[in-house]
Write a protein that binds this ligand. Structure first.
Ligand code: NOJ
Length: 738
C-alpha cells in the first residue's frame, strides 16, 4: 500500500461532508475526543460521553464484549450514530508476542516486522481493536533513553525501512481489510533526542538534524500510506510537539501531503498548560487546534472547551470541520459504518493459530545477534549432560516477552530455561536466578503490574541467592548465564543513567567465570548494555533482546546450532552510559577519530563503541569482495549502481547482511563520515556466492543543508564502503558532477 492507495475517494469525501452537515457542534467535538475506557480515570464514564455526543475513539480497554456494548451505545443511542474506533497499544504482538521492535530491527530483514505486525493486527482485530499506536519510529541515539526499545535504533535509513514494513504489516493492502488495523506513526517528532536520555525532557534539534535523521522514518510512513500520526510529548526547540504548527501542519500536511488524522499523546493537550505553553485548558485546546491536532487523547480538554471556543468566535466551525473530516473518512474507508461490531467467537480461534507461534519463533531467531564466539564455543553440542542455567531473567516470562504488553496481557513466554530444557530432554538442567534485580525508583506502571510489587531482597537473601547460583554453576559441566534487564527497565519512564548490567549480575558473572567452566552469556535486554568485562572474558555472548513468546525456544535453537544467528546491531553499544549519545554517523571533525594523537576523545576511556552499528557474527564466515560501480562519475540526479560479491567461506549455511555506506567528501555542510544507504540480508550455503546490487540515486545522495537552508544534491566526491558492519573496509570512490 502507498499513499495514493489510501487516498480518500471523492465518494467518501462527499459522504463525510454530508454527515458533517448533519452533525451538531457537540457531536463534532465528540469525534475529536479519544476517551478512556479504563476505570483508573476520573470524569464521567465512557458510556455517558458516548451517549451524549459519541466519541471519535476509545483507548485503554481490552475487552471484546465491552467493545460491542459500547459500540451499540454509540450506534443506537448517540445522536448521529457514528461508530467508535477502538484503539490500544499493540506494539509487538497482541497475544502472540514478537521480539521488541529494537530486536526486529536487528534482523535487518523487513519481512520480520511486516509479518509480525500483520499477525499482531489479525489477533488484535479479532479482539475488536481497530487501531494501534504503532509503529513507534523515533530514532534513538542515546541508549539511556528507555524508549529506545520501541524503535528501530539509531539509523534513519534502517529506521525508515522498518517503519514502512510495520505500516504495511499493520495496515495490509486495504484499509477495509478486517484482518488489518490502522497504524499510527509516533511520536512526532524528535522524542528520541531527549536531553540526557531522560524521558520527556526537552529536545533541541536543528532543522538539518530533524530532516536528515529524525524525520525520514515519518516521511517514509506517510509515503507508505500510514493512516494516523501521534504527536510527541516533549518540547521541540521549546515548542511542545503537540502544539507545534510547523510540525503538524507545515511539514506533515502541507509538505508531505498527509491526509489522515493526528492524535495527541496521552494527556498532551492538557499538558500544554503544565509545559508552560498554554494559559489554561481552553488556551491549550485553542493552540492544539490551531496547530492542526485532530484528536485529543484522554485529556478531555477538547470536550471541555471546544464548543465554547467556537461559540464565542475564537475558533471557526470550519476549523473544527477540517479536523473532524479525516476522522470520519478513515472510519468510512475502513468500513466501520458497515461493520462496527466484532464477532465475539473469533479471538479464541485466531490466537490459537499455530502459524503465529511459528512466525514468532522465526522472528526471534532472526533478531538475535552473536556478539562473541571465541574458539567457536557455539554452537553447543546436544550431548551435554549437566547444564546450569543461571540468572535473574533466565526464567522470567516478563523479561522474555519484554517491554510493553497490551493491557491485561498475561505473560506466556517460553523462557530461556524452558527452551533449553526442551532442547535437551535427556540432560540435567539446573537453575538458579542469583540475586534479584530491581529499579532504584519504581515504575509508575507498577500499579498495573502486580508482579513488580515483590518486596526487595534483604542483603542476606541476596547473598544466599548469590551463593546458590555459584554452587549450582559449580556442580554443572556447562553454564549458560542469562542476564540483562527486566521488561520494565526499558520503555516509557524507564531511562537509566548507566548502561551496566543492573544489580549484582556482573559480580555473579565474574564469580561463575572464575569456576573455569565453559560459560555462555545470553543477554535479555531492551537497550544496548556496556558489557565491557564480559566482552573480554566471556567466550560466547548472544544478544537475544526481549525476544517474545517463543524467545526461549529461539535462544535454544541458536545455542545448540539448529539455527545460525544472522542479526546485526541496529544501534551501537557504548562502553559506558556516560558516552551517550553515541552513533556511527558522526561528522569527521578537524581531528578525525583514530588519528594517532586523538585515538579517543576522552583521556580516560575509549570513545569507540564496544560493538559497532551493524555488527554481528555467525557460525560461518563470509567474504565480501569485488566491489564494482557502474560508473566512476555520474551527473547530479543520476543513479549509480554498486555491486559486491558475498561468499560463504565457512562450513555451514548462514546469513550475512551486506551493508552499503557512503560519505560525501565535501559540500555546503560537513557530512557524516558514514551513512547507511543500502542493505540486504542473504542466506548462503557453504561455498556459495551471491552478487548484491544497490542503487544510489538522488534520494540517497541528497541531504538537508543548513548552509543552503534546503535539500541539496551536490557535485562532490564520495566514498563508498560495502561490508558486514559500519567499520567495513572494502572501499571505492565515485564522483557526482554537474
Ligand atoms: C503514552 C505513550 O507515550 C504512547 O506511546 C502511548 O501510545 C500512549 N501513552 C497510549 O497508551
Amino acid at each position: 500500500m502507498n499513499k495514493s492507495e489510501t487516498a480518500v475517494s471523492p465518494e467518501i469525501t462527499a459522504r463525510a461532508n454530508t454527515l458533517l452537515e448533519q452533525m451538531s457542534l457537540a457531536e463534532k467535538v465528540g469525534q475529536l475526543a479519544q476517551i478512556s475506557g479504563a476505570d483508573f480515570m476520573p470524569g464521567p464514564p465512557a458510556e455517558e460521553i458516548i451517549r451524549q455526543t459519541g466519541a471519535g475513539s476509545l483507548l485503554w480497554l481490552n475487552d471484546t464484549k465491552q467493545f460491542n456494548e459500547l459500540q451499540k451505545i454509540a450506534i443506537e443511542e448517540s445522536p448521529s450514530g457514528i461508530p467508535i474506533l477502538f484503539a490500544l497499544d499493540v506494539i509487538h504482538g497482541y497475544r502472540t508476542i514478537f521480539p521488541v521492535p529494537l530486536a526486529m530491527a536487528a534482523s535487518w530483514d523487513t519481512a520480520v516486522p511486516e509479518q509480525a505486525q500483520a499477525i499482531a493486527a489479525k489477533e488484535a482485530r479479532a479482539a475488536g481493536i481497530h487501531w494501534t499506536f504503532g509503529p513507534m519510529i523515533d530514532i534513538a541515539r542515546d541508549a539511556r533513553w528507555g524508549r529506545i526499545v520501541e524503535g528501530a535504533g539509531e539509523d534513519p535509513y534502517l529506521g525508515s525501512a522498518m517503519a514502512v514494513a510495520q505500516v504495511r504489516g499493520f495496515q495490509g493492502d486495504d484499509l477495509a481489510d478486517p484482518e488489518h488495523m490502522l497504524a499510527c506513526a509516533k511520536h512526532f517528532a524528535g522524542y528520541g533526542a531527549a536531553d540526557g536520555g531522560r524521558d520527556y525532557d526537552p529536545v533541541f534539534l536543528s532543522e538539518a538534524q530533524l530532516r536528515n535523521v529524525y524525520l525520514p522514518p515519518f516521511q517514509a510512513a506517510v509515503d507508505a500510506g500510514v493512516a494516523t500520526f501521534m504527536s510527541a510529548y516533549m518540547d521541540l526547540n521549546n515548542v511542545p510537539a503537540s502544539g507545534n504548527r510547523w510540525l503538524l501542519r507545515d511539514v506533515l500536511r502541507e509538505e508531505w501531503g498527509f491526509d489522515g488524522f493526528i492524535v495527541s499523546d496521552a494527556f498532551a493537550v492538557g499538558n500544554l498548560v503544565i509545559q508552560g505553553h498554554a494559559k489554561d485548558v481552553r488556551d491549550a485546546s485553542y493552540r492544539a487546534i490551531k496547530a492542526g491536532l485532530n484528536m485529543d487523547m484522554a485529556s478531555s480538554s477538547y470536550l471541555q472547551t471546544l464548543a465554547d471556543l467556537v461559540e464565542d468566535g475564537s475558533l471557526a466551525v470550519e476549523e473544527i470541520d477540517e479536523l473532524v473530516r479525516p476522522i470520519l473518512t478513515l472510519k468510512m474507508q475502513m468500513g466501520l459504518f458497515e461493520n462496527p461490531y466484532v464477532d465475539e467467537t473469533l479471538l479464541e480461534k485466531v490466537i490459537a493459530l499455530p502459524e503465529h507461534r511459528a512466525a514468532a519463533r522465526l522472528a526471534a531467531q532472526r533478531s538475535m545477534v552473536l556478539l562473541r564466539n571465541e574458539d567457536n564455543l557455539l554452537p553447543l553440542a546436544k550431548d551435554w549432560q549437566n547444564v546450569a542455567v543461571i540468572g535473574p531473567v533466565a526464567d522470567s516470562m516478563e523479561a522474555t516477552e519484554g517491554s510493553w504488553m497490551v493491557f491485561g496481557h498475561q505473560p506466556a513466554a517460553v523462557t530461556v530455561l524452558q527452551g533449553i530444557r526442551a532442547k535437551l530432554p535427556e540432560a540435567t538442567v539446573t537453575y538458579a536466578p542469583g540475586p534479584a534485580i530491581r529499579r532504584d525508583f519504581p515504575s509508575p506502571f507498577e500499579d498495573f503490574m502486580p508482579e513488580l510489587k515483590k518486596p526487595p531482597q534483604t542483603p542476606e537473601e541476596s547473598d544466599a541467592a548469590f551463593e546458590t547460583a555459584v554452587t549450582t554453576a559449580q556442580a554443572a559441566d556447562l553454564v549458560i548465564m542469562v542476564l540483562g534487564e527486566e521488561a520494565h527497565m526499558a520503555g516509557e519512564f524507564a531511562s537509566r543513567g548507566s548502561l551496566d548490567l543492573p544489580g549484582r549480575q556482573e559480580e555473579l558473572l565474574k564469580a561463575v567465570c572464575a569456576l573455569g567452566k565453559p560459560v555462555v552469556l545470553v543477554l535479555l535486554n531492551g537497550r544496548p548494555l556496556s558489557i565491557n568485562w564480559a566482552s573480554e572474558n566471556v567466550p560466547a555472548i548472544l544478544e537475544a533482546w526481549e525476544p517474545g513468546t517463543e524467545g526461549g525456544n529461539a535462544v535454544a535453537d541458536i545455542l545448540f546450532g539448529d539455527v545460525n544467528p544472522g542479526g546485526k546491531l541496529p544501534v551501537c553499544f557504548p562502553r559506558n552510559g556516560n558516552h551517550a549519545p553515541l552513533y556511527y554517523a558522526r561528522t569527521l571533525t578537524h581531528q578525525p577519530e583514530g588519528s594517532p594523537m586523538y585515538r579517543s576523545r576522552y583521556w580516560d576511556s575509549l570513545t569507540t563503541p564496544l560493538y559497532p552499528f551493524g555488527f554481528g557474527l555467525s557460525y560461518t564466515t563470509f567474504e565480501i569482495s569485488n566491489l564494482q560501480l557502474s560508473a566512476a562519475k555520474v551527473k547530479v540526479g543520476e543513479t549509480i549502481e554498486v555491486t559486491a560479491v558475498v561468499t560463504n567461506t565457512g562450513q555451514v549455511a548462514g546469513d550475512e547482511v551486506v551493508q552499503l555506506y557512503t560519505h560525501q567528501k565535501w559540500g555546503s555542510d560537513s557530512r557524516p563520515m558514514r551513512e547507511l544507504k543500502g542493505f540486504e540480508r542473504v542466506t548462503l550455503q557453504p561455498g556459495e556466492s551471491k552478487t548484491v546490487t544497490f542503487q544510489l540515486g538522488p534520494d540517497e545522495l541528497r541531504y538537508w543543508s543548513t548552509n543552503a537552508n534546503g535539500w541539496v544534491q551536490e557535485a562532490a566526491a564520495f566514498d563508498i564502503w560495502v561490508g558486514a558492519d559500519s567499520l567495513a573496509t572494502l572501499h571505492a570512490d565515485f564522483e557526482v558532477v554537474d
